[in-house]
Design a binder for this molecule. Structure first.
Ligand code: ADP
Ligand code: MG
Length: 348
């Protein structure tokens, strides 16, 4: 009886669960906290003007990746990329990391080497030191967790809060390609478009080896372009909602402004192009596909011109006062999407 009344993870979802543990952990009894639970990374002050950022992400076999279509180098690369993305989305520099792995005994040693090499490759690219970790046996699934530090001057850090009505909403680059890449791998998608082998390679790479937007983050900070920022790893739509909720604002997003890979979909909804993904599908992937690791940021009006010069296809909408987050089609009609992005546990 009592069993039936117990709250399930399916009912509250990942976000509901995080809220509960946040209450359990409570406010830390220690000075220096600038940002705790609730943003892409935690921020603590470690000097007069210096902050340390701290983030962690876990990848679990058959939840985040499948050995059927991902190599060990890819898994290692992505384990670090997702963490770098969280530091970059705060406008900070990634610095030091530790890695923990849970490995089934059946996995050959050279594959574990490859996993480490995938991490090392990306670490070298961004001059990140991997300086510790933990290695344990896992019953049947591979588990990889990285915790990553970053640093930034306190005043440069960008949070999910900070957006104001009238700010423009920007995204750093095209969205939806990683989700299309996953569909190629998982559902064996084949599109009858010119140059398909090349396009296929490009979108699969977007999924397998995402490039965290560190360069773009530096540009945004250097030019003081943004009032708030988040990465869109769980999907564009859900990330807009999270940013708006934290900033206590709303947004109007214009569907036809969302930058897509034009080779994958016809540029206009009414332009039929047999056997390409239809435009609606491409938009669905862009809005809720996830895994894009682009940055979503808001730009105050006096910086919009500069932002457009640096991110010419980045403008996708504007921040509103009304706290309602709307996606509008070409006719100004609200687009209702079934799911806005990925949330663990959630059953509906
Ligand atoms: P992201 O997708 O950017 O990694 P998440 O959606 O995973 O962020 O997490 C949202 C916020 O909740 C972050 O601040 C994260 O640190 C925090 N968080 C997630 N899980 C836990 C947990 N089990 N305990 C404490 N904080 C958590
Ligand atoms: Mg994030």
């Amino acid at each position: 009886m009592a069993q039936g009344k117990r709250l399930t993870l399916g009912q509250i979802g990942e976000f509901g669960l995080i809220q509960r543990v946040e209450r359990i952990f409570g406010r830390p009894n220690r000075p220096g906290l600038v940002q705790g639970i609730g943003d892409d990374a935690a921020v603590v002050k470690i000097g007069h003007n210096k902050a340390l950022l701290y983030t962690t992400d876990i990848l679990i076999e058959d939840v985040h990746f499948s050995l059927k279509y991902e190599g060990f180098l890819d898994i290692g690369w992505k384990a670090l990329a997702v963490n770098i993305s969280d530091i970059a989305s705060m406008g900070a520099t990634p610095t030091w990391g530790v890695i923990s792995v849970g490995v089934p005994v059946s996995i050959p040693v050279d594959n574990v080497d490859k996993l480490a090499q995938g991490v090392a490759k990306l670490a070298r690219k961004y001059r990140i030191g991997i300086i510790g970790g933990d290695t344990v046996k896992s019953p049947d699934r591979l588990v990889v967790n990285i915790a990553l530090l970053g640093e930034a001057p306190v005043q440069d850090i960008l949070y999910r809060h900070g957006a104001s009505p009238g700010d423009a909403l920007f995204v750093t680059n095209r969205v939806g390609e990683a989700a299309a890449g996953l569909a190629v791998l998982k559902d064996r998608w084949q599109l009858a478009v010119n140059g398909w082998p090349k396009i296929k390679k490009q979108i699969v790479k977007k999924y397998l080896r995402p490039e965290p937007r560190v360069k773009e983050s530096v540009l945004i900070v250097k030019n003081k372009l943004a009032s708030s920022m988040i990465d869109i790893s769980d999907g564009l739509h859900i990330s807009i909602k999270l940013l708006c909720a934290r900033s206590k604002v709303g947004a109007r997003v214009y569907l036809d402004k969302i930058p897509l890979n034009k080779q994958l979909s016809p540029p206009k909804a009414d332009q039929p192009l047999a056997e390409t993904i239809n435009y609606q599908h491409a938009l669905q992937l862009a809005l809720s596909g996830g895994e894009d690791y682009e940055l979503l940021f808001t730009v105050p009006q006096n910086k919009i011109r500069k932002a457009l010069a640096l991110f010419p296809h980045g403008w996708i909408g504007e921040i509103t006062k009304d706290k309602i987050c709307k996606v509008l089609d070409q006719n100004g009609r609200e687009v209702i999407t079934r799911n806005t992005g990925y949330e663990h546990f959630k059953t509906k």
